[in-house]
Structures are given as structure tokens and as C-alpha cells.
Design a protein around this ligand. Structure first.
Ligand code: ADP
Ligand code: ZN
Ligand code: ZN
Length: 743
């Protein structure tokens, strides 16, 4: 039957965790079939949305056995050829399931089966010519229609129905009638109005102006710029000037910020500068709203898109520039589902489009600095604070012999007291929420740990429960030790909840504002607290990493960093980079505006080289020092790493799976060496992951390390098809992680 009817074979991407595309038949008469269109496809006994990737192709499967597509969902491609190319690159570079990568590039609404999509074009009513007699006739016959006509007439460019409705609520009937009389016409806007762009920006200072000019020079060509500027040095203002120029040239800008950086402050500031021209894609949007923003950007109706990680996949009409703020931030790395780094994907995108990309931060990632060292990226500096505020002094406070009260040394308490007395604000950074991180039996040493994870339970006194911060499981407090039945249960260590309580006793009557995931449940909570801080009243602000970034706190004069030692001797190779970044980011909160600031870092290891170098505050020096260490140990960026991760209900199963994968890799690797390939690839493991048990599953990993990335890639390219063929049990999952954030 099939053979007689006319068909062609086409390949489709489906949102499934597999490494191949799926073959289907489409009618030969479907001449308008184009890559990037969605089709509804029969899949096993259901239907799924598939994205057409290639048509008029061949299949390894007998066409008799292939199924016809059910129906076409789009008349136009939803994924442009540019994004198809980017997705194909991502799938290959990150070794991720191809269909999932393609679908990752689409807004959620388009991943679903329902094919009803809202029309997001902006339509405007304009008045056609009307002569005086006709006008009089209209006014005599229908006063209402005449009124609507006048409303439309008053605007030189015309008005959308939405706006007319605001002035004349029941306008729909009148509009219809006016259209019928051919007095008004509807036009579809296909671009934003550049003449309306008059953003009210500050005039740039000399240093900013220089940076701005240097970056502008590369307009229209691929170039990666790093803007290293301390907090408050006016980076955002430079971004805005660059955005303004793009808009004036009818081009678009994607502006990415970390999840935590998309604050009401930034949204307000962007809206104030660009008004209606800026689309903001935040997590509070519904699927429909998000699709609307995506669609309007794709149609080129708005020039600016401010968003987080996934906005890197936005379709554009005429992209001129990509900006990534806080490029070092870990939230640009997606850790589950498709594993990718939005910064690196954005750089690839800029390269494909031949446009510049700007990465701004006070503390560039070591990967980026290494690329600057290799002359791949251009580095620009902003060293002065706007408004003349000085950079804070950083003091390392040795607490190895101190008695701590509420986790604070006496000297620190005294300094806090002085600042409060002068009416200033103090920020205490403690990246650990809850009351106490350890609950244990004084008698036998038993510790409250999570049943699901290799982790201790944190005491949360406000809810009177023990909570695991990894899986969220909760349990009641223990009155007696489950191991020896002793009643001598104690808690150790200090979290933000306890700090708040202790400080309220130490500094009676002082406002304490705590910012962590337990006190901030939504955007409003955050805004309320930020406003409280901005009111400038003397207060103590306690916060976890939520406060470290991108917010303007003008009245803080003292910042204290508690409990940073853990990172100094952590097994994680990125720990010292992160610690240096955090301390500098947090201390950057002190002394903005016209007040001198100071940061105090409490440590038991005041002699540690990192602590010593932090007082110089020269991030570039610190970073080069850490890079040197990385070089010695051949850690990234001086080597490339790919990790196979497996998790299962038993550790043994995960390890066994990785052993099988290792065998495949070794076989190909040794075979390849005889072919003259260098084979400088170390295969380490499998070993249990650092926190092996998590949410009831055991995790293990197999690491591939090499300083020869192309050898590593060709090994994986050959091995992956074999690895995919290995039998897999239901209880087991495995993934590949290219350029993992943590080793
Ligand atoms: P960053 O992004 O580096 O933290 P911002 O761009 O937010 O710095 O600037 C810090 C503060 O200085 C902001 O309140 C901003 O409005 C102000 N500012 C920045 N550039 C200028 C300028 N050229 N003239 C006056 N004020 C400026
Ligand atoms: Zn006990
Ligand atoms: Zn847990």
C-alpha cells in the first residue's frame, strides 16, 4: 500500500533521551515541508510532537515499516536554521540526546501537542483618508463610531485595539463598522519604532567611555569581550549604552543575567531605560506569556530581551549583540536534563552570527581569564566606583584562638557595634541556612543524618524539624538518641536562623533582616526586604548567597564573611576560585555611595595563601595565582574533562555500568593508539561520587581527562554509539557531562 502512494522519508527530533533521530514518512505532496516545522507523530501507542530536521532522505529501516506523520502543526518553521545549527553543535559538543537538545531551544508551549497558538503580532488601526462630508455624515449617524475614529486619528502612528479599548471600552463593534465603511484599516507592525528610542542614560565617565568605544569598534564582527569591573563601577550603564546603539541600528540584544540577578531593581532599571522595547523573561511567566515574549522577539517587534539561562535560545530577527552579566556565575551551567553552559553556547552563537559578545563581571571565571591569556578574548577594566565610593578594605580576622559568640569574634562584634552606633548598616554573609548544621548525641557520637542522602540533617528550630538540604526530607527532633537512648542530644555549628536569634540578643532593638531561602519565598518577599535595606535605617542584614550579587545596598559600611574555611581544604578543584569570587563579590557590597566600606573575613587559616592574597583585593592577581595551581595539577582549563555519571538504586549497579563503559572506551582508546593517535587520555574510576547517596539513589562517576581535546573528542565520537548500544536496566540512569562544573 505504502509503496504505491507517494511519500518521502524524513527525519524527526523527538523529545526523548536518545541519541538518534526518528524516521517517518510524509506525503510527497507536502512540498512546503521545511526543517524546523513541528509535526504530530504516532509514537508507540501515543502521539508526540516531532521537529522536522531533514526531508527527502533515506532510512536504514524498510519504508514498509515506517509510519506516516499524523499531521503538520506549523506552516512556518518554529526553529530557524541558525538555531538548528546551534542545537546540532550543542548535541555534538555536549554529547547530549539530540532530540532533547532541539526541544530545549523551543519555548515550553511549543513542546506540547496542542497546536493552538496565540497571534502575537502587533496590529494597529489607522484612519484612511476621510473628507468633510463623510465625517459629518458619520457624526450624525453614529456618534460612537465617530468618537472611536477621533481617538484613532489623534495618534500619528495609529493605535492598537488594546489601547483603544482603554479609552473606549466597548470599541470592538465600532471598529468593525468603521472597517466595513473603509474608513480605517488595520496594519501589522513588523518592527519596533526606532524613533522612539530616547533612553535617559547617564553620560559615561572617562573610563566607561573608553571601554564603550573599544567594544563598539567590533560591531558586526565576532569578538568576545570581558568587562572586569568591580561592583558599582558602572558596568550595567555601559551595557545600556551599547544596547541603545544596537536599537538605533534596528538590531536586537540578548541580555542574560544569573537567576538570582534578575531582581526587581534590574527589571525596573531596564524598563526605565528602554520602556516598552525591553522584554523580560522571568520565572513568573506562564507558558503562554513566555511564548508571547519569545514570539515577539523572534518577529523582531522588540529589540531587547532580558532573561536567564534559557533565554540564550531565543529566536531573533536581527541579533547584534549578546551580553552576559556575572559570567562566572554557576547558574549559567545547567546541571540536569541537558547539560550545557549558557555562556559557552552564547559564545558559539555569537561566532555563528559573527557578532560581538560581552561578558561582564567583577570576578571573571578562570576559563575566561585563560582565554584572555591566550589572546582569544579581549579584556577591559573598570576600576573606579561610580559616585566616588572607595573600594572596601578587606581584613582577614584570625579566629584560630578566639572565643566566638554567636559565631562572631569579639573584635568583629565591637566593629559591628560601632557601625550601628553611627547609623550604618552591617551585612553578615553566612552561606548556611537553618539553625544548626549538626545534631548529635553527646553520649555516643550518633549524628542525625538523612535516610535518603549521604548528608547530615540541618536543625530548623522555627519549624521544629530536621531537614535535609539535598532532598528536602524532614523528620521530627529526637528527644532521645536513637542509638543509645541518651537524652543528651546537642546541636553544633551555626546557620542563619540561629545567627538572627543570637544577634537579636546581642544587639537589642536593632532591626535584623534575614535573606535566605527560608525567609524569601517569592519575588515580593525579596522586594520588601530590599526596600527595607534601601530605606537606609541602621540594621543588620544576614544573608546566604542570595545577597551576594548585583543588588545595590548603598548604606552598608561593614561586611562580615563567616564560615569560609570549608572551601580552603575542600576536595573540589573550583573551591578556591569560588571562595575568592564570593569574598570579593560580597565585600563589594560595602561602602557604596559616599561611605567608606570595610570587609572582615573570619578564618582559622589566616596564613593560607588565598587568604593572604585576598587582602590585596586584586582579583586578577589572585586569579593568575589559582591558574598557576591549576596548571601544576593539570586541572581545567589546562585539561579537558568529560565525566560519565551513573546512578542506581544500588551503588554496585552504578559502578558496574561505568565499568562496562570504561571497557568500551579503553578498547577504542588502545586501538586508536596503534593507529598513531597520541592517546593521552586518562580514564579514572569508576568511583562513588562525592556525595554518593542522594535522594535515595547511589551515584558513581568515570572521568576522562586529557590535555588533547581533539583526541578526547574523537574517542568519544567513536565510543558513544557503542556505549549507547550497551544493555541498560530500568533502575539505572547514566549521562555524559562535558566540561563539568564540578569534578
Ligand atoms: P555595576 O553594574 O558595575 O555594579 P552600575 O552600572 O550599576 O555598576 O553603576 C553603579 C551606580 O552608579 C548605579 O546607581 C548607576 O546608576 C550609577 N552610574 C553608573 N554610571 C554612571 C555615570 N556615568 N554617571 C552617573 N552615575 C552612574
Ligand atoms: Zn547516643
Ligand atoms: Zn536527603
Amino acid at each position: 500500500m505504502k509503496k504505491q502512494s507517494k511519500y518521502q522519508i524524513a527525519k524527526f527530533a523527538l523529545e526523548l533521551p536518545v541519541y538518534h533521530l526518528f524516521d517517518y514518512l510524509i506525503e510527497a505532496s507536502d512540498e512546503e515541508a521545511q526543517a524546523g516545522q513541528r509535526y504530530l507523530l504516532p509514537f508507540i501507542s501515543r502521539f508526540k510532537v516531532g521537529l522536522l530536521i531533514e526531508k527527502n532522505t533515506t532510512s536504514k529501516i524498510d519504508p514498509e515499516k515506517l509510519r506516516f506523520v499524523t499531521k503538520k502543526l506549523d506552516q512556518q518553521p518554529q526553529l530557524s536554521s541558525h538555531l538548528q545549527q546551534l542545537a546540532a553543535w550543542m548535541a555534538e559538543y555536549y554529547l547530549q540526546a539530540i532530540g532533547e537538545v532541539y526541544f530545549q531551544c523551543l519555548p515550553r508551549l511549543l513542546r506540547k501537542k496542542s497546536s493552538k497558538l496565540p497571534d502575537n503580532r502587533i496590529k494597529i488601526w489607522q484612519v484612511k483618508e476621510i473628507n468633510q462630508p463623510d465625517r459629518l455624515k458619520l457624526r450624525n449617524k453614529s456618534l460612537k463610531q465617530h468618537e472611536v475614529l477621533q481617538i484613532i486619528e489623534q495618534s500619528p502612528t495609529g493605535l492598537s485595539q488594546e489601547v483603544i479599548r482603554k479609552i473606549f471600552p466597548a470599541c470592538q463593534t465600532q471598529i468593525k463598522a468603521l472597517e466595513k465603511k473603509q474608513l480605517i484599516k488595520e496594519i501589522i507592525i513588523d518592527r519596533f519604532d526606532v524613533t522612539n528610542v530616547k533612553p535617559d542614560l547617564y553620560q559615561l565617565q572617562d573610563e566607561q567611555q573608553q571601554v564603550y568605544q573599544n567594544i563598539s569598534k567590533t560591531d558586526g564582527q565576532f569578538c568576545v569581550h570581558i568587562l572586569q569591573g568591580i561592583t558599582g563601577s558602572g558596568k550595567t550603564e555601559v551595557y545600556f549604552h551599547l544596547i541603545k546603539d544596537q536599537i538605533r541600528q534596528n538590531k536586537q540584544v540578548i541580555y542574560l543575567v544569573p537567576e538570582i540577578g534578575l531582581t526587581p531593581q534590574l527589571i525596573k532599571r531596564t524598563s526605565r531605560a528602554f520602556g516598552d522595547l525591553a522584554l523580560i523573561s522571568h520565572s513568573g511567566l506562564s507558558d503562554i506569556q513566555r511564548y508571547k515574549a519569545w514570539d515577539q522577539f523572534r518577529l523582531g517587534l522588540k529589540p531587547v530581551l532580558l532573561g536567564t539561562r534559557s533565554s540564550v535560545f531565543s529566536e531573533t530577527k536581527n541579533l547584534g549583540l549578546i551580553i552576559i552579566d556575572e559570567e562566572h556565575d554557576s547558574s549559567f551551567r545547567q546541571q540536569d536534563g541537558i547539560r550545557y553552559h549558557a555562556r559557552d553556547v552564547a559564545i558559539k552563537r555569537a561566532q555563528l552570527l559573527k557578532i560581538p559578545i560581552l561578558l561582564g563581571t567583577a570576578t571573571p571565571s578562570l576559563e575566561s581569564l585563560n582565554n584572555v591569556n591566550k589572546l582569544h578574548y579581549r579584556l577591559h577594566h573598570l576600576n573606579q566606583r561610580q559616585g566616588g565610593g572607595q573600594t572596601p578594605i578587606i581584613q582577614i580576622l584570625d579566629i584560630s584562638k578566639s572565643y566566638l559568640q554567636a559565631g562572631l569574634a569579639a573584635e568583629l562584634i565591637e566593629q559591628i557595634r560601632q557601625q550601628l552606633k553611627q547609623g550604618n548598616q552591617v551585612l553578615i554573609y553566612l552561606n548556611r541556612r537553618g539553625f544548626a548544621p549538626v545534631v548529635h548525641c553527646h553520649e555516643c557520637g550518633w549524628m542525625a543524618s538523612c535516610q535518603q542522602c549521604d548528608a547530615k540533617m540541618t536543625l530548623h528550630q522555627s519549624v521544629n524539624q530536621l531537614i535535609c538540604h539535598h532532598c528536602g526530607s524532614r523528620s521530627q527532633l529526637f528527644a532521645r538518641c536513637p542509638s543509645c537512648n541518651s537524652g543528651d542530644i546537642k546541636h553544633y555549628g551555626i546557620g542563619t536562623e540561629q545567627l538572627e536569634l543570637s544577634l537579636s540578643e546581642l544587639f537589642e532593638g536593632v532591626d535584623i533582616i534575614r535573606i535566605d531561602r527560608d525567609t524569601i519565598k517569592n519575588k515580593n518577599d525579596f522586594e520588601t526586604r530590599l526596600q527595607q535595606i534601601q530605606s537606609g535605617k541602621a540594621a543588620i542584614i544576614i544573608g546566604t548567597q542570595m545577597i551576594a550579587k548585583g543588588h545595590d545596598y548603598a548604606n552598608i559600611t561593614l561586611v562580615a564573611v563567616l564560615e569560609s574555611d570549608q572551601a580552603l581544604y575542600s576536595g573540589q578543584y573550583r573551591a578556591s576560585e569560588r571562595l575568592a569570587q564570593t569574598i570579593l563579590q560580597v565585600s563589594g557590597r560595602a561602602g557604596r555611595a559616599n561611605k567608606v566600606g570595610k570587609a572582615i573575613v573570619q578564618t582559622r587559616f589566616a596564613d593560607h595563601p588565598l587568604m593572604l592574597s585576598i587582602t590585596t583585593q586584586d582579583y586578577s592577581d589572585i586569579a593568575q595565582q589559582i591558574l598557576l595551581e591549576r596548571k601544576q595539577f593539570a586541572f581545567p582549563p589546562y585539561s579537558r574533562v568529560v565525566i560519565f555519571r551513573a546512578d542506581a538504586t544500588e551503588l554496585e549497579k552504578a559502578i558496574n555500568k561505568l565499568d562496562e563503559i570504561k571497557k568500551v572506551l579503553q578498547q577504542i582508546n588502545s586501538g586508536d593508539r596503534t593507529n598513531g593517535n597520541s592517546g593521552k587520555i586518562s580514564i579514572l574510576g569508576p568511583v562513588p561520587a562525592i556525595m554518593s547517596k542522594r535522594i535515595g539513589r547511589y551515584r558513581a562517576q568515570l572521568s576522562l581527562i586529557s590535555n588533547d581535546f581533539s583526541a578526547l573528542r574523537s574517542l568519544l565520537k567513536m565510543a558513544l554509539p557503542e556505549i549507547v548500544k550497551l544493555k541498560i536496566s530500568k533502575q539505572l540512569k547514566w549521562q555524559v557531562d562535558v566540561d563539568p562544573f564540578d569534578l
